[in-house]
Ligand binder design. Structure first.
Ligand code: ZN
Length: 503
């Protein structure tokens, strides 16, 4: 096979994979938004069939030769072609270790596990979900061993979400967080809390929808390429740079919950739709890793939108939509209220300071699961013990404990650390961005386009063309430094809670 032939074959292969991914993505979004509850039974069949097709298209002897031929001649190829062959080869290697029937059976298991988890969470019935969790963990262990028998299972899994970042680095990262943040969290919890009552008044959904639209506008999200839907759990799902779906969940007694979900998912969307045109319909479109993805969503959510300058931009918009609820509120009050911190039960609702500890707890649990140090039956007790130990909170039931997140029901083990890494990456990106542009002027104007343009230039446009570590160096200018993240949090919270530095 010549290189030219190999490239033509890779083009045809990716065209077919794109079409299948497109179909799966729309089915998934439909399942989470418009489809009736029982529809998963039929959707599982279709998704199982489509993933079988994906497997058959990928695991062929010819493909092995196609990707190998290109990689052997990578010096003669365009950088995009070479990188595509590299990523396609990784997918091929992962898939071809598993027989077709097992591969399809696992996809069907995931679909069923997700439906069971929804119900188990609603009923706070861990026992109902446990057998599925058991099967998924067994599968992950088996696949990880096939992939790399030398490496600890959890390291193999972590590598799937943030390449090159394993337990050695994460142990250190979380140790710094634990050391630096736990004392601050305890002091803040004991300090006088800012007034947050005005955020818990009744905020009708209709008004909140208008507010969502306004903040999407401020963030610079194009409505002709990104739509907003409603789901139980907010998410982002992208097909190509012209079709991105984000979702939120409105709580009438908690206006900020949806607002920050919209901003967060909007950050994911901007990353996805930002990759260059010539990467579309190939495996290079969209974000390069979960850590980099979370760095973008959490950048807008926390670093920009939970800042005082952005509060100054948000306040008039909120006064216009909710004049009664916002009576007597100024920007300083809003800033203090949206950054109020106290140890809590639910990760997705946690404040910026306690958030990484929620992630650390999941990291410690996953590490134990894959080192065979805890059984599935023992997980709720371990979960509750760690919440008490680190955050001092009592978990009342599994719904507010181990059943709260959707990740495990989707077979995503090793994903959680991306959230904390992403937050830390963002702090170092901001430091560099502040040297180049007037970040806080943009935030105060409520026009974040300069911020997006900076991120686009260094991160978004590359899609998956550059490796995660290259992209990060491009945007941070230096390697990850956990102390910069903890210093940022400590400074921010010392200003919001001036009492905590005195004692
Ligand atoms: Zn996210």
């Amino acid at each position: 096979m010549t290189v030219t032939e190999a490239i033509q074959k890779m083009d045809a292969y990716e065209e077919a994979i794109y079409a299948l991914n497109h179909a799966c993505s729309v089915l998934y979004t439909d399942g989470a938004t418009a489809a009736p509850k029982e529809s998963w039974k039929g959707r599982g069949k279709t998704l199982g069939y489509l993933s079988g097709q994906m497997y058959k298209l990928t695991v062929t002897e010819e493909n092995e030769e196609v990707f190998r031929t290109i990689l052997e001649h990578r010096d003669e190829c365009d950088e995009k072609i070479a990188r595509r062959a590299e990523l396609n080869k990784e997918t091929y290697d992962d898939m071809h270790r598993v027989p077709l029937d097992e591969y399809v059976a696992y996809e069907e298991l995931l679909n069923e596990a997700d439906a069971v988890w929804h119900e188990a969470k609603l009923k706070s019935d861990y026992a109902m979900f446990a057998p599925y969790l058991e099967k998924m963990i067994a599968w992950q262990k088996k696949i990880a061993k096939l992939k790399d028998p030398e490496k600890p299972v959890y390291d193999v899994l972590l590598d799937m979400y943030e390449k090159g970042v394993g337990t050695a680095q994460l142990d250190q990262f979380f140790a710094t967080l634990r050391e630096e943040l736990l004392p601050v969290i305890a002091k803040v919890a004991a300090a006088r809390q800012p007034d947050t009552a005005f955020l818990k008044k009744l905020y009708p959904v209709e008004g909140q929808k208008k507010l969502s639209e306004r903040v999407m506008e401020m963030e610079g999200i194009p409505f002709d390429r990104v739509t907003l839907g409603e789901t139980e759990h907010p998410f982002t799902s992208g097909v190509n740079k012209w079709d991105e779906r984000i979702t939120t969940h409105y709580h009438e007694d908690d206006v900020m919950s949806s607002l920050f979900s919209v901003i967060h998912e909007g950050g994911h969307a901007l990353y996805d739709i930002g990759s260059d045109d010539d990467l579309q319909f190939t495996c290079l479109a969209g974000g390069v890793s979960m850590g980099v993805h979370e760095s973008q969503s959490r950048f807008y959510e926390n670093l920009i939108c939970r800042s005082l300058p952005f509060c100054k931009a948000l306040l008039p918009v909120m006064r216009e939509i909710f004049p009664e609820q916002m009576k007597g509120v100024d920007a300083d009050m809003m800033y203090a209220a949206i950054n109020a911190s106290s140890p809590s039960l639910i990760r997705t609702e946690a404040d910026e300071l306690t958030y990484p500890i929620h992630v650390m707890i999941r990291y410690e649990i996953e590490k134990k699961i894959f080192a065979d140090e805890v059984t599935v039956d023992e997980l709720p007790a371990l979960w509750n013990r760690l919440y008490k130990e680190y955050l001092g909170v009592d978990v009342p039931d599994d719904r507010h404990g181990i059943l709260q997140d959707s990740h495990w029901s989707g077979g995503s083990f090793g994903y959680f650390p991306s959230y904390a890494l992403g937050s830390a990456y963002g702090v170092q990106m901001l430091e560099k961005m502040e040297k180049d542009i007037d970040v806080w002027g943009a935030a105060e104007n409520g026009d974040l386009r300069p911020v997006t343009a900076w991120l686009h230039e260094r991160i978004h446009r590359f899609g998956s063309l550059k490796k995660p570590q290259e992209v990060l160096m491009n945007a941070m200018g230096e390697p990850l430094d956990a102390k910069k993240y903890t210093a940022y949090l400590k400074n921010k919270y010392a200003k919001i809670y001036p009492g905590i530095t005195e004692a």
